[in-house]
Design a protein around this ligand. Structure first.
Ligand SMILES: Nc1ncnc2c1ncn2[C@@H]1O[C@H](COP(=O)(O)OP(=O)(O)O)[C@@H](O)[C@H]1O
Ligand SMILES: [Mg+2]
Length: 364
């Protein structure tokens, strides 16, 4: 059992705050993904959990035990680095088995576990090879093998797939997730790639500028982003935004955009100045009839069973994900309808999502 809890974790380098008052709990056995753009503090958070970096303030608990000031070696945690160093003078087998040999595990068990891990990672045919001549993908797999062979309580993975090409990356995502489920350890996985995060995570922690913005399942974060940043960071293409005018009472269920009333989930809090930003996913816009807004078709991209239609409206450019049965021509004027119960309304200045009667995210 390994639960990781951080409380108000804070890290400043001189005057620069890399991680700001961060709090979350990674549940036992969970695949927890920390997602955010480069420089948002993911690695720093991970390094503090691993005991490689001392926090400026805050606490870290491993299975309820305060390990904030324990050395890294005293925490039963394995860390897989973004840029890892293999032992160049050792072959693949020696690299993978190194942590076990350091622990004094018996020869036979070292052999069995090393070979099991190598087979899992499809590098069993390379066991005798020196690591120097290997491709970057194979080197990454050796590093992964070395990390998981120890069967630590928790695995911290810092952009471990960064050096891999796209095709192999997809395969590794699946393998890693399957590996996690088989091993049953707690994993904290860091990435700046939202597709990776969405496909692998039990829960995602979205960060920006050193702050945790939202923690939730992929479907929650997709359907109910807590801030405009989260909404824009998740999804390909990202959420569309429309600027609405006027203030609203709690209970309002429509927002004016360029003279048109766009129906939204009933707001549970007032918005008394400066208008609002409406967020809408591309698949929640449809092209038909008069529409709540009108626009001109700027581009059509076919993507198998669906198509991505870019429409320029007076309220800005919108991307629409439509079935490929929707027929539109370049330059055509079309009406746009919105799946009103799935729209998210954001505060225009803070970017925070307003409380509303938004529909539950679809599961599965
Ligand atoms: N040892 C350090 N000294 C000074 N600044 C640092 C140090 N480590 C990280 N930073 C800064 O902290 C911020 C967060 O870094 P990091 O945690 O590596 O981000 P991420 O992993 O999300 O890309 C960055 O702006 C980085 O330059
Ligand atoms: Mg990093």
């Amino acid at each position: 059992m390994a639960e990781i809890r951080i409380e108000n974790l804070h890290k400043a380098f001189d005057n620069f705050v890399a991680v700001r008052e961060s709090s979350f709990t990674v549940r036992d056995g969970e695949f927890f993904v920390m997602l955010g753009p480069s420089g948002c503090g993911k690695t720093t958070t991970l390094r503090m959990i691993a005991g490689l970096e001392m926090p400026t303030a805050g606490r870290i608990y491993l299975d309820g035990e305060d390990v904030t000031y324990k050395r890294g070696g005293e925490r039963d945690i394995a860390f897989v680095f973004q840029l890892f160093a293999l032992y160049p003078h050792m072959n693949v087998r020696q690299n993978i088995s190194f942590p076990l040999r350091m622990e004094g595990v018996g020869r036979r068990e070292v052999r069995a576990r090393t070979e099991e891990v190598a087979a899992m990672l499809q590098i069993d045919h390379l066991l005798k090879r020196p690591v120097n001549g290997l491709s970057s993908g194979d080197r990454q797999r050796v590093a992964l093998g070395r990390a998981i062979v120890r069967r630590a309580k928790a695995f911290l993975l810092d952009e471990p797939l960064g050096a891999l090409d796209a095709e192999f990356r997809d395969l590794m995502c699946e393998e890693l997730r399957a590996l996690h489920d088989r091993v049953g350890a707690t994993s904290v996985y860091v990435t700046h790639d939202q597709v990776e995060a969405m496909s692998m995570a039990d829960r995602i922690c979205v960060m920006n500028k050193g702050e945790v913005l939202q923690i939730g399942s992929p479907s929650e974060i997709y359907a109910r982003p807590a801030t405009r940043f989260v909404a824009g960071f998740i999804g390909t293409p990202s959420m569309n935004f429309l600027t609405g005018q006027g203030g609203f009472d709690a209970g309002a269920s429509a927002i004016r955009v360029n003279g048109s009333a766009i129906a939204v989930p009933r707001l549970r809090e007032p918005l008394d100045h400066g208008g609002a930003i409406i967020g809408v996913r591309p698949e929640h816009i449809s092209i038909a009839g008069e529409g709540a807004l009108k626009g001109e078709v700027f581009a059509v991209e076919y993507m198998g069973s669906r198509q991505l239609i870019t429409v320029d409206t007076d309220a800005g450019r919108l991307r629409v994900r439509a079935p490929n049965t929707t027929r539109v021509d370049f330059g055509e004027t079309v009406g746009l309808n919105f799946d009103s119960q799935r729209l998210v309304v954001f505060h225009p200045e803070t970017g925070r999502a307003l409380a509303s009667d938004l529909s539950e995210p679809a599961h599965g």
